[in-house]
Design a protein around this ligand. Structure first.
Ligand code: FES
Ligand SMILES: [Fe+2]
Length: 338
């Protein structure tokens, strides 16, 4: 568990903070591609503590710019998307995707004022059915070329976003590396692991952490890959038909809220044959502190909400009692090996 000081450092994600500057060196999923249509309704988003609006102009180019107009701050969520940008509904200022103000219809015709207005704007791109945004300095890195975003030999489902959970991004990431909860929190999903003492090995890798979990009397193991700073890929996932390959992308909304996106890939499956059960993950909507109840003989929380319940009910930022928070120092089945 992170100390109070580490939490202070890791959970502050706004501009100019150490964690915020580090996280701005990565692309983040911020939407689903087919939900942002050409000249369709702009979509308000929040990423790394910044309020933004996402749109696709008439030339099918994605734009992500500051939500509040550079003139008087009216929300561009209610703006009009045009061929070459987004127009504010209040006095009609038009911004190009790169933030350059192109038109100020209430100013005198010969005014050059618009040339001096550069609205905050960032890069956004489509990849694998998701929209990715980059808020950091130029040059932007390559988009993450994960196989599940690029493969064409099967059906791909993407989804996520929606109402953010009330917990910081780092708490969410800690949960992805915390394999000790699998036999307990996920007892209903992994009955062969249920309530058995796990043996876990974590290995630091070039991409992050590889974790493998065994329990007594069960052949085989569960492997989870954590990819720095906030992605993970799992084996043995149980989403609709199997086998599906899954990735999850945790996204820092602000200091105390997180959201996430996912990709489920079904090798060799024609997308038109996907069933309601397969599509279930992309249709769900979750509100903070609302967890679907089920009668499963365990905790009574639907598998889809188990992790969120565990992370969210800790509080928006888990505060360790003191900077001398106990850390295990010896080897045990639940201790990292480094
Ligand atoms: S507030 Fe946007 S144009 Fe005036
Ligand atoms: Fe979990």
């Amino acid at each position: 568990m992170a100390t109070r000081e580490e939490n202070e450092l890791f959970t502050r994600v706004g501009p100019g903070t150490p964690a915020g500057e580090m996280l701005r060196r990565y692309w983040w999923p911020v939407g689903v591609s087919d939900q942002v249509q050409t000249k369709g309704a702009p979509v308000a988003i929040r990423l790394l503590g910044e309020d933004l609006v996402l749109f696709r102009n008439g030339q099918e180019q994605l734009g992500v710019v500051a939500l509040h107009c550079s003139h008087r701050g009216t929300s561009l969520e209610y703006g009009r998307v045009e061929d070459d940008g987004i127009r504010c509904p209040y006095h009609g200022w038009l911004y190009a995707n790169n933030g350059q103000c192109l038109d100020q219809p209430a100013e005198p015709e010969d005014s050059s004022y618009k040339e001096r207005i550069r609205h905050p704007a960032y890069q956004a791109r489509d990849l694998g059915g998701l929209i990715w945004a980059y808020l950091g300095p130029d040059p932007a890195p390559e988009l993450p070329q994960y196989d599940l975003l690029l493969r064409t030999d099967g059906a791909r489902l993407v989804g996520g976003g929606g109402t953010p959970g009330h917990f910081n991004w780092f708490q969410n990431v800690e949960n992805t590396v915390d394999q000790a909860h699998l036999p307990f929190l996920h007892a209903s999903g992994y009955p062969e692991f249920a309530m058995k003492r796990p043996k876990i090995e974590w290995e630091r890798t070039w991409y992050g952490v590889r974790a493998e979990t065994w329990v007594a009397d069960v052949s085989g193991s569960k492997v989870s890959h954590f990819i720095f700073p906030a992605h993970n890929r799992v084996t043995g996932a149980r989403v609709g038909r199997t086998p599906a390959h899954n990735m999850f992308f945790r996204v820092p909304v602000d200091d105390t809220h997180s959201t996430g996106f996912f990709v489920n890939f079904f090798p060799g499956v024609d997308a038109s044959t996907l069933t309601e059960e397969d599509l279930r993950p992309i249709k769900r909507r979750s509100e903070p502190h609302e967890y679907q109840r089920v009668d499963d003989g365990w905790w009574g929380i639907a598998s889809r909400d188990q992790d969120r319940m565990a992370v969210e009910t800790q509080g928006p930022i888990v505060i360790a009692p003191s900077s001398t928070w106990h850390r295990p120092t010896g080897q045990s089945s639940c201790c990292a090996r480094w």
